[in-house]
Design a protein around this ligand. Structure first.
Ligand SMILES: Cc1cc2nc3c(=O)[nH]c(=O)nc-3n(C[C@H](O)[C@H](O)[C@H](O)COP(=O)(O)O)c2cc1C
Length: 179
């Protein structure tokens, strides 16, 4: 089918963004993540997040999060972290994790992680644009990043359908929040 928008041709990296606050922790998939600074010793990232997500509440309250860049072989973590909510299940239960120096969970076997401290948050209603300073980061150069287009080609058809339905539902929900 012909794409309706040039953004449909984008082939994003897939991050799992984890956070914790007062004994609660969780994580979600995020693809709207990009570098936010060229200053070599002051790295920053920009993440565009839904305030409706359970993970966002942890980020809002702690002002900290960690990004794990999913590796190609971590395909099954995409629906796990992108289709379900931490309000319904403990999403880190049974997932192989390690801890950053400050104790945030990051995914074992990912391509690399960055722990971030929120420096600015722009609330635009349906999304919050978070600009965050990277305070710790690590890379495994031997792993290849998972990309969205290849991920959707490899996921089972019923999972792709469920993700598509959620996308439409969330888009309608977000209409009420837009400023
Ligand atoms: C491929 C994909 C990309 C996504 N990208 C983002 C994103 O960039 N920002 C965001 O807030 N949610 C994004 N989501 C949606 C959340 O991952 C999803 O709503 C999740 O279930 C929220 O979980 P939580 O309630 O436990 O935080 C994405 C989901 C998928 C499947």
């Amino acid at each position: 089918m012909r794409p309706a928008s040039p953004f449909e041709l984008a082939n994003h990296d897939v991050f799992v963004i984890t956070s914790a606050h007062q004994g609660r922790e969780g994580g979600q998939v995020a693809t709207w993540v990009m570098p936010g600074s060229l200053i070599p010793d002051q790295p920053r990232v920009v993440a565009v997040l839904s305030p409706m997500n359970a993970t966002y509440e942890l980020i809002r309250d702690s002002r900290r999060f960690a990004l794990s860049l999913l590796a190609d072989e971590q395909l099954s973590l995409l629906p796990h972290f992108g289709l379900t909510s931490g309000r319904d299940i403990d999403k880190l239960d049974g997932v192989a994790i390690r801890r950053t120096k400050s104790g945030l969970a990051v995914l074992e076997g990912c391509c690399g992680f960055a722990e971030c401290q929120v420096a600015h948050a722009l609330d635009i209603g349906d999304r919050v644009v978070c600009v965050a300073d990277v305070v710790e980061q690590e890379v495994d150069p031997d792993r290849r990043p998972l990309r969205t287009q290849q991920a959707f080609e490899r996921l089972p058809a019923e999972v792709v359908a469920a993700l598509g339905e959620k996308l439409l539902r969330d888009g309608e929900r977000d209409r009420q929040l837009r400023r």
